[in-house]
Design a protein. Structure first.
Length: 490
């Protein structure tokens, strides 16, 4: 039974294949189904119907007891037999996986999602036209993921590196791809209007869908053009959308649209005042890694609820990032590899005055500029976080970004400048000195850090300053100030 191409799919691999996909109520084709490992899993997890193909007579008999067998050789299966399916999920023969993937794409109905295992070399060593076509489909309509030697511990072992392909076929039928985008004005959904007007979200989603549909029309036009010219013109014609003279894949186009749409939402809700670098990274990861999650109205509201509901955690994260960034340059820190260190920077507390390297650079006319890709964004996030913990209205702060301040104020090296919560002074060697202008806010910062890090909590700025100066100070028993338990140092 275990011939050169028969490798039953382990359950842990099937779980990886279906991660993030709802198969409940779906009609699914499993070509080259073998003895039915994938079939069993699909049926056990809610698939409405599983159709199969299998060229081996004995295995086809087994499949007949658990699925509807619609063919023997999958490469001969015709499209009209599967025009109603939602998904194709398969583990094709590794010796001809590119042929199976291309045939699945050819006969799949519009909107059908194709999830397939394949030999990693099929998409990495594209020395044949069919392999190039498979790689092109992945780039244009989906993604691939390296699963390494995931069959090393299976029933039929192999050390071959395996990849997972996930692509979706576009076309006139968008019901499956955009399922859940259009919703009625239910009372539950109307509760989201407090976050962002319902009609604004609906309009944004409709524009997103319409843009993707327009992108897909190029495929239809290419097919129509070839039908018209094939009898007398030998070359195949195709159309593509380009960005800066480079082809733009459908998958990249959708992701870029989503990123731009999220940015648009944040601008409408004025969330940029609390959108730290960490939040921007989280949004980017969400879009990059969760492309299977539709950009629907419901998901937009869910994300906004998360963003607003986790403001405190994000601000705490920004505070910790600044604290870690500054203290890594403390003279006491011997654990953070080779880097510049100063006695000015504290290790367990943020000193009233601290230094960061690689912030400044010399402008064209000798003026002080902020270095591109420097850690200036860390300070920008700190300003947002300090507004949060001090109750300061972000809009009342004159300068929100260090880059804007230095570029617009014609700053010079070696001079102190007042900028919001700090006084700043930059040097030609790239360092910038920061000094808190408000001692109580400086104390609040350290109290917050102490709570987050589990350090002793200090009562006020004078106690913190004394603790910094006395390197032999030891904490004593906690005392109670108001209703907050604080450790003091003497």
């Amino acid at each position: 039974m275990f011939n050169a191409d028969f490798y039953p799919t382990p359950e842990n691999v099937i779980i990886q294949m279906l991660d993030g996909h709802d198969i409940t109520g779906k009609t699914i084709l499993e070509p080259s189904a073998g003895k039915g490992n994938i079939v069993d899993y699909l049926k056990a997890h809610g698939a409405a119907e599983v159709l199969t193909c299998e060229i081996n007579t004995d295995l086809r008999t087994i499949l007949g007891t658990k699925s509807r067998v619609i063919g023997e050789d999958f490469l001969k299966l015709e499209s009209h037999l599967i025009s109603h399916i939602d998904m194709i999920i398969m583990n094709p023969p590794f010796s001809a996986d590119e042929k199976h993937i291309l045939h699945a794409w050819e006969i799949a109905p519009p909107g059908c999602r194709i999830i397939s295992l394949c030999n990693t070399s099929t998409i990495e060593n594209t020395y044949t036209q069919s392999r190039k076509q498979v790689k092109g489909l992945i780039e244009q309509y989906g993604k691939s993921e390296d699963l390494s030697d995931c069959f090393n511990d299976s029933e039929h072992k192999t050390g071959v590196d395996i990849s997972l392909i996930n692509i979706q076929k576009p076309g006139e039928n968008y019901n499956k791809e955009f399922e859940g985008f259009f919703m009625d004005d239910t009372p539950e959904e109307q509760t989201g209007a407090g976050l962002m007007p319902y009609n604004s979200v609906r309009d944004l989603v409709n524009r997103y869908i319409s843009a993707v549909k327009l992108f897909d029309k190029q495929l239809e036009i290419g097919v129509q053009m070839n039908n018209l010219t094939s009898q007398f013109y030998s070359s195949s014609l195709g159309f593509s959308i380009t960005e800066k003279d480079k082809p733009k894949s459908r998958n990249d186009f959708k992701k870029d649209l989503q990123k731009s749409a999220w940015k648009y939402i944040f601008n409408l809700m004025n969330l940029n005042k609390t959108a730290t670098r960490g939040l921007k990274e989280d949004i980017n990861n969400f879009v990059e890694k969760q492309t299977a999650v539709p950009f629907t109205m419901k998901n937009i509201y869910r994300m906004l609820e998360i963003v607003i509901g986790t403001s405190e955690q994000r601000m705490d994260k920004a505070l910790l990032e600044v604290f870690e960034r500054v203290t890594r340059h403390s003279d006491e820190n011997k654990y953070y590899g080779p880097t510049e260190r100063w006695k000015t920077n504290g290790y367990y507390l943020l000193t009233e005055k601290f230094i960061l390297p690689w912030i400044t650079e010399i402008g064209w006319h000798g003026e002080m500029k902020v270095r591109y890709n420097s850690d200036s964004e860390t300070i920008d996030d700190l300003i947002k976080a300090l507004c949060y913990i001090s109750g300061t209205n972000y809009d009342e702060i004159t300068w929100h970004r260090l880059t804007d301040f230095c570029n617009k104020m014609d700053t010079k090296f070696g001079q102190w400048y007042g900028m919001g919560f700090f006084e700043i002074r930059g040097y030609k060697k790239g360092t910038m000195h920061f000094k808190f202008q408000n001692q109580d806010l400086w104390a609040k910062f350290n109290q917050r850090i102490a709570k987050l890090k589990g350090y002793p909590l200090y009562a006020h700025s004078e106690t913190i300053r004394k603790a910094q100066k006395d390197e032999h100070a030891k904490p004593i028993k906690p005392i109670i100030l108001s209703t907050i338990q604080l450790e003091v140092t003497i």
